[in-house]
Design a protein around this ligand. Structure first.
Ligand code: 5AD
Ligand code: SF4
Length: 437
């Protein structure tokens, strides 16, 4: 039996797909090369914006063709989309050729669900989340160099535009001993980089019986031998403490990079977004980070066209982008999500205005990214070499501590090691260089 997984959305989903693959392989499944030789397809879905959902529906429509040719072809859907009742209803009514809908919390039951749906000819649903967090499940790592380790699940923040708290549930922290044991095992297996995952890693530990916070977790992971680099996503500005800045500064393995979504440069809009910080507070945080860690790279997420966003609010965002000089930014057009407060707000912005604002924002950020990358030409950067470059088989590829992608000339033996790379060229999306050791 062969399986294929399509993953949409964030790093958490990418990691969840590693768990899905691990569970299936433990049950004897093998990965397939093409859809034609696949028995089970799993779609691990995202619903953060409308276009994420659109892509999933496009893929489901394509799968109908395979189902018609092979009745044993099994289609299973998990991830954030199926945690929305209106999506479940739609799939059940309109897409009856889908076989299984399952909550990611029930991933360990997937092999049984596949068996069951072969016996019963209707959609098998395992959506009610098992409240226990899955510990000790097999993970099939997509890389042997860097690993993703969830530290919290869910989100309590209820930003008014965001569907995540409704589909991923309340925030729950994993026990520190479970996380530390996992990281130690990964270090023993030869992983060099750990990426800690959570919707808001800065609030790690808030619900634990024994107090244990995120800076403490970083310090403990920093002591684990074999691990060379520690990264984490995502940080919420409202919970970024002085202790965290200090831990980042003092832990030599914690990379000089923070992804700190600002969402808007207008304090008025930030308030409507329920973000619990102002433009000024954000600038102050960034200054603290830059003072403590002078070469830190700062990346962000920005939404344009949130309900009620005026040209003046948008200019505040452009101005903030100029002030902070982000290394890069993910920029999004506000997308109405069913069940979120912002979807009910009256002053929704015209699509044309949103597109035009996105274009202006991207142009500004691209010019800043380009300039910042250009400043690195001539410097030598430590790169963790992850493999051959995707676009140029002659080159190797990896990331700087500041999380910039570098494609460079060097011997293949460097894969899986840290290399010193001299930067010779810069582009918006990557740096070019040559190994110097
Ligand atoms: N519309 C547009 N962007 C959104 N994000 C979250 N919800 C929405 C939405 N409804 C963005 C935020 C978040 C990132 C992961 O996705 O910027 O940080
Ligand atoms: Fe969504 Fe806000 Fe939670 Fe991030 S912090 S997942 S944007 S609700």
């Amino acid at each position: 039996m062969k399986y294929k997984i399509f993953t949409y959305g964030c790093q958490m989903n990418i990691h969840d797909s590693e768990v899905i693959a691990g569970v299936l392989e433990k049950a004897g499944y093998e990965p397939s090369e093409t859809l034609k030789d696949t028995d089970v397809v799993v779609l691990n879905t995202c619903c953060i914006r409308e276009n994420a959902e659109r892509k999933v529906y496009g893929r489901i429509a394509q799968l109908k063709y395979f189902k018609q040719r092979n009745p044993n072809f099994t289609i299973a859907i998990s991830g954030c989309m199926v945690q929305q009742p209106h999506v479940v209803e739609y799939i059940s009514k309109k897409l009856p050729y889908v076989d299984i809908l399952f909550s990611i919390k029930n991933v360990n039951k997937l092999p049984e669900l596949i068996e069951e749906c072969r016996r019963i000819d209707s959609i098998t649903a395992a959506l009610a989340g098992n409240s226990d967090l899955a510990e000790n499940l097999e993970v099939k790592h997509t890389s042997s160099i860097k690993a993703w380790v969830p530290i919290t699940y869910g989100c309590n923040n209820y930003c008014t535009y965001c569907v995540v708290p409704y589909v991923r549930g309340r925030e729950v922290s994993r026990l520190p001993e479970d996380i530390l044991r996992e990281v130690k095992t990964l270090a023993d297996e030869g992983f060099m980089e750990i990426n800690l995952l959570g919707q808001n890693v800065n609030s790690y530990g808030k619900n634990l019986d024994k107090p244990f916070d995120f800076p403490e977790l970083l310090r403990k992971i920093n002591e684990i031998e074999g691990i060379e680099r520690i990264r984490f996503i995502t940080s919420h500005p409202k919970d970024l403490s002085d202790e965290l800045v200090l831990a980042m500064k003092e832990c030599e393995k914690v990379c000089e990079h923070i992804h700190l979504p600002v969402q808007s440069g207008s304090s008025r809009i930030l308030k409507k977004m329920n973000r619990h910080y102002s433009r000024e507070h954000y600038i102050e945080l960034v200054n603290k980070l830059k003072d403590a860690i002078p070469n830190i790279s700062i990346t962000t997420d920005i939404i344009v066209g949130f309900p009620g966003e005026t040209e003046e609010d948008f200019l505040d965002t452009l101005d903030l982008v100029k002030t902070i000089e982000f290394d890069s930014a993910f920029t999004f057009i506000y997308s109405k999500r069913i069940g979120t407060p912002a979807a009910q707000m009256e002053d929704q912005i015209d699509d044309e205005i949103k597109k035009e604002r996105l274009k202006r924002l991207m142009e500004l950020q691209d010019s800043i990214t380009k300039r910042k990358n250009n400043e690195l030409v001539g410097t030598v950067q430590e790169v963790l070499v992850e493999g051959e470059s995707k676009n140029d088989a002659q080159k190797l590829s990896g990331r700087t501590r500041t999380n910039k992608l570098v494609n460079f000339v060097g011997p293949k033996e460097l894969i899986g090691h840290l290399a010193d790379v001299k930067i010779t060229e810069s582009h918006t999306w990557c740096l070019i260089g040559e190994a110097v050791n």
